[in-house]
Design a protein around this ligand. Structure first.
Ligand SMILES: [Zn+2]
Length: 307
């Protein structure tokens, strides 16, 4: 579940129900007519005047006058001969941490909070391991933001890991206080997405091409997850973060920080091993439709994993 739900439980002792304060209308996919690779899109950020841009994009324009100027193109030598089909990098982000840890993100001054939430933390790691196995069997390169269920990892580090490894897609895996199959939420990255930093300034998501891909992928997750989990699965926007010291806003922080398409999923709580496998299969079916093997949206060869 997201922080809001935890806050509600902590303050009110009620059952978890994030859905009370969200809109449930499916989001219409943004125009995809100009979809370029996320890397190319990063230089085309547009930030409202009163906002701060997240994750300043590497630029391909020659604006530097320094003698040590770096060249993006120089990192990718011309391929010679047939190029093997790349293995798309999928970053799986099982929700929550082994211990609570709150930091202030240096780049944005947003409060970055992680915490232990049981049994969600253990259950979602189990689902991620199942999903990783399915994806690897299908030919994907799968990286996990945690190596053990009780690892403590702040959100900025989860996202930096995906950004550095040029993930084709990041997928966060959560549950909320409902039975599996009776509840599901999907969050995408939108251009009106923001969180407020500790100085009260709104930090907006500012990568339009990534937002377009995220919207497109969100619709795929919606269709595929409904086939397994039922019609309760919806694309939503939670506008109610801000309780318990969490940064106010309307997007999960991992998605705000990400330079790559990132889908955050909430589902009902798995009651047994079969439910965990159904959740993993639901996400697997979604991912393979979003980023098909050899489908063209893949990043470069991923033999060198950046820690
Ligand atoms: Zn959660």
């Amino acid at each position: 579940m997201v922080g809001l739900a935890v806050a509600a439980v902590a303050l009110l002792g009620i059952s978890l129900a994030c859905a009370a304060n969200i809109t449930t209308a499916p989001i219409t996919a943004a125009s995809t007519s100009t979809l370029a690779s996320p890397t190319t899109a990063l230089s085309a950020t547009s930030v409202p005047q009163t906002t701060i841009s997240v994750a300043p994009a590497p630029t391909t324009t020659a604006s530097s006058t320094q003698s040590t100027q770096t060249s993006v193109a120089g990192d990718d030598p011309e391929p010679v001969g047939p190029v093997p089909a790349p293995s798309p990098v999928i970053v799986l982000d099982p929700g929550h941490s082994g211990t609570s840890l709150t930091t202030i993100d240096p780049a944005t001054q947003i409060r970055d909070e992680e915490y232990l939430n049981t049994p969600e933390t253990q259950n979602m790691f189990d689902v991620a391991v199942l999903l990783k196995s399915k994806l690897e069997a299908a030919g994907y390169t799968v990286l996990m933001t945690k190596q053990a269920w009780n690892d403590t990892v702040i959100k900025r580090d989860r996202v930096n890991f995906a950004n550095k490894n040029h993930a084709a897609l990041g997928v966060s895996i959560h549950t909320s206080g409902h039975t599996f199959g009776s509840y599901g939420q999907i969050y995408v990255q939108r251009m009106d997405s923001y969180r407020e930093n500790i100085h009260g300034k709104k930090v907006y998501f500012a990568l339009p091409d990534v937002a377009a891909l995220s919207a497109q992928y969100g619709l795929i997750f919606l269709a595929e997850r409904r086939k397994i989990e039922g019609s309760s699965v919806v694309i939503t926007v939670n506008t109610s973060w801000g309780g318990r010291g969490l940064a106010p806003g309307n997007i999960p922080i991992v998605q705000l920080f990400s330079e790559v398409p990132w889908i955050l999923n909430e589902a009902g709580v798995p009651q047994n091993a079969r439910d965990k496998d159904r959740y993993a299969q639901s996400l697997f079916n979604s991912i393979v439709k979003c980023v098909p093997i050899g489908g063209g949206d893949s990043p470069p060869e991923s033999s060198a994993i950046v820690p």
